[in-house]
Design a protein around this ligand. Structure first.
Ligand SMILES: Cc1cc2nc3c(=O)[nH]c(=O)nc-3n(C[C@H](O)[C@H](O)[C@H](O)COP(=O)(O)O)c2cc1C
Length: 299
């Protein structure tokens, strides 16, 4: 196969690197010329994080403020397929990811080109997906496929374990009680299957049924409660981000946001979901169905 593929991503822990490796392996086996580019910011975000640094990036994430990236080379001017690997930070594409998408070199290469996105996060990726999709559209890319990998454990469990991972740098079982954080090893290994599907479509150059096949093989799962939470959080995060960005001394407000987040998740979310189950969900099935199709990239 004489097809050219660009696979570009950022990663801190290496998780997205492993995922990209598994996704591109079948393409390489099929004979495609795969250009794998791991991008780094000039001033990288030290991993593991400290608590205050972690929360301090929230306004720039939500307001999609880019950071300067180290120069990166692309082997070709045009590709048959571009794969973008990204991770949500605060319900938005991570700052390095938004910087890739806004980079003139990347924008030039995705113009009129099929793009497949793959995200790996705790479990809240819907808003980030919307924003990435919009930016890809503004650059005239053809968004033909999406894979959304998540930590499948319950929301409050992964909330605890992700902090352990992000603040210790160890993708291990916290206190030997909690499950391992992040996307499971099985799910990372299974990404190979999505690579096989991509290889077939790359070969034929027909992208029409790609997303159906990906979805039928479990590449995207929509959880209604998380869709409700993200729907509300998107507005509230935006208000917080704009407010904090205007403050001279941001740290006290970042700290206030942190406490807000804990209260919102453990107290606000259950109340919101109960109200939704009684007053909205039974009467808005059609709208919910359409929204799910949108996030499955099937509409
Ligand atoms: C600052 C920060 C904010 C994050 N916010 C979210 C989020 O809003 N939703 C989510 O599901 N995961 C979130 N995560 C987890 C990341 O999406 C990702 O899974 C994790 O950072 C590992 O990615 P890596 O490949 O860069 O190591 C966040 C991580 C960081 C560091």
């Amino acid at each position: 196969m004489s097809k050219k593929v660009l696979a570009i991503y950022y990663t801190q822990s290496g998780q997205m690197g492993d995922i990209m490796g598994n996704l591109t392996a079948p393409l390489i086996t099929a004979g495609a010329d795969v250009d794998v580019v791991s991008v780094k910011p000039v001033v990288d975000y030290n991993f593991p994080w400290t608590g205050s640094r972690f929360f301090s990036v929230m306004p720039d994430c939500v307001l999609i403020v880019p950071t300067e990236l180290e120069p990166f080379e692309l082997k070709h001017e045009r590709y048959d397929l571009v794969i973008l690997g990204y991770q949500p930070w605060f319900l938005s594409p991570s700052i390095p990811s938004n910087s890739i998408i806004q980079h003139p070199k990347f924008r030039a290469v995705i113009k009129d080109t099929p793009v497949v996105t793959i995200s790996a996060c705790r479990n809240m990726w819907l808003n980030a997906f919307d924003r990435v999709r919009k930016m890809l559209g503004q650059a005239d890319a053809k968004h033909v496929g999406n894979v959304a990998l998540v930590d499948r454990h319950p929301n409050f469990v992964s909330f605890i374990t992700i902090f352990y991972w992000m603040l210790s740098g160890k993708k291990e079982r916290y206190l030997n009680i909690f499950p391992k954080p992040g996307v499971s090893e099985t799910d990372i290994a299974n990404v190979h299957l999505y690579g096989d599907i991509l290889a077939t479509h790359l070969q034929s150059g027909n992208w029409e049924n790609l997303q159906h096949e990906l979805v039928n093989n479990g590449a995207v799962n929509i959880k209604y409660p998380l869709m409700v939470i993200e729907g509300k959080a998107r507005i509230i995060f935006s208000i917080w981000a704009r407010f904090i960005a205007k403050r001279k001394n941001k740290m006290p407000w970042i700290s206030a946001f942190k406490y807000y987040l804990f209260i919102a998740l453990f107290l606000g979310a259950p109340i919101l979901l109960t109200l939704d189950a009684v007053f909205l969900r039974p009467f808005t099935q059609k709208r919910i169905g359409a929204k799910k199709l949108h996030y499955l990239l099937l509409n």
